[in-house]
Design a protein around this ligand. Structure first.
Ligand code: NDP
Length: 335
């Protein structure tokens, strides 16, 4: 069973030496357990946090432990009547080829409904994150201006499209011309802004009347440019600040700190709220899934995946995602 372990805790940005590929014996399922052959692994920014030994909402991965992730796979052997060989399932299986899990911990997936890999993206945790954050915090109204950063990414692409469905004027921020073209032409957002260019000038042009809702995925210089443009009663959905994950001090690679002058929060009556999808998101998964499947079937929601091939390439794909080299939901397809 090939596995990728956390070899040591990263100093700053992760490097390939922080990971180790090992081969271990294939586990056997006991009574009530299932052996799952993993097909697609999900690489997500939160896994960077699990590599540090810092106090957080979840425990870190131990040095020498298997890197954590959600994955979809197919049952290879089952000692439980609920699952048969070939069934598709979702679970927290980790960066490895196979795993043995108690049958009751597995979530069945229907491959007829949507391609199984979507259980890691548009119909999975990132999609649910977008839906929950808009329901609970962003609450975009028709005609309001919603700005979303990392707009071509796993969470961002769903935020933008759901915002548009709710009638908001949505502006996506992404890195580079190709991602911006996708945001505008495929996702159909009102405007796309390239954060590698002049952010202030582009924000002035795309949001002449200011911003009602900002969906924060990146932090750093992008946050600093967006923040002064809030309108009265603006909402800032604090979903993540990936630009700051590799520095203990919380600055981005260019040294920009978030932490703008918070004075306008009072004057403009802003709401800034963080959330973690697992707090209450999974309790509402059924409602989310029904709604999203409806949007997908009606052609209202598109999605894009970036698929790396083979477990050995997971570390490079993960390092690349933290640098913005992924284009869409980052997945690893296993043989
Ligand atoms: P993405 O698919 O969006 O991939 C990350 C993207 O971040 C990159 O493609 C890149 O896009 C952008 N990025 C990276 N570094 C920078 C930088 N320095 N400046 C600007 N943009 C940068 O990942 P996800 O959709 O999975 O995650 C997006 C955010 O949502 C993350 O912050 C993540 O931690 C958070 N999250 C939070 C959850 C919660 O429960 N609160 C749940 C899930 C995710 P580009 O090239 O366009 O810049």
């Amino acid at each position: 069973n090939p596995q990728i372990l956390l070899a040591r805790r990263p100093q700053g940005a992760p490097v390939p030496e922080d990971f180790r590929l090992v081969e271990t014996p294939l586990p056997d399922p006991g009574q009530g357990e299932v052996l799952v052959r993993h097909r697609f692994l999900s690489l997500d920014p939160y896994q960077r946090g699990r590599m540090d030994d810092a106090k957080s909402y979840a425990a870190p991965v131990a040095v020498g432990g298997v890197m954590e992730c959600q994955a979809v796979g197919q049952v290879a052997a089952s000692s439980d009547a609920r699952f048969r060989e070939g069934d598709w399932v979702l679970g927290g299986f980790g960066w490895q080829g196979f795993s043995v899990r108690p049958a009751q911990s597995l979530i069945p997936i229907d491959p007829q409904e949507a391609p199984p890999s979507t259980a890691l993206g548009v119909l999975g945790m990132p999609g649910l994150t977008a839906w929950v954050g808009l329901e609970d915090i962003g609450e975009p109204k028709p005609g309001e201006t919603l700005v979303v950063s990392a707009a071509s990414g796993a969470v961002g692409q769903v935020v933008g499209q759901l915002g548009k469905i709710r009638g908001a004027r949505v502006v996506g921020i992404a890195g580079g011309a190709e991602k911006c073209a996708f945001v505008k032409d495929v996702l159909g957002l009102h405007a796309a802004i390239d954060h590698r260019g002049d952010l202030d000038a582009q924000l002035d042009a795309a949001c002449p009347d200011g911003i009602d809702v900002y969906w924060e995925n990146v932090g750093g210089a992008v946050q600093a440019a967006v923040f002064p443009r809030f309108r009265d009663f603006g909402r800032m959905v604090m979903c993540g600040m990936i630009a700051q994950y590799n520095t203990a001090a919380g600055a981005d690679a260019k040294g920009a700190m978030a932490g703008p002058n918070l004075g306008p929060v009072v004057r403009k009556r802003l709401r800034i709220q963080g959330f973690i999808v697992s707090d209450s998101g999974w309790k509402r998964y059924g409602r989310f899934r029904t709604e999203m499947l409806g949007h997908i079937k009606a052609g209202r929601v598109q999605w894009r995946e970036d698929v790396a091939k083979g477990l050995a390439n997971a570390p490079a794909a993960f390092i690349g995602m933290l640098e913005g080299r992924n284009f869409g939901k980052q997945i690893v397809a296993l043989d």
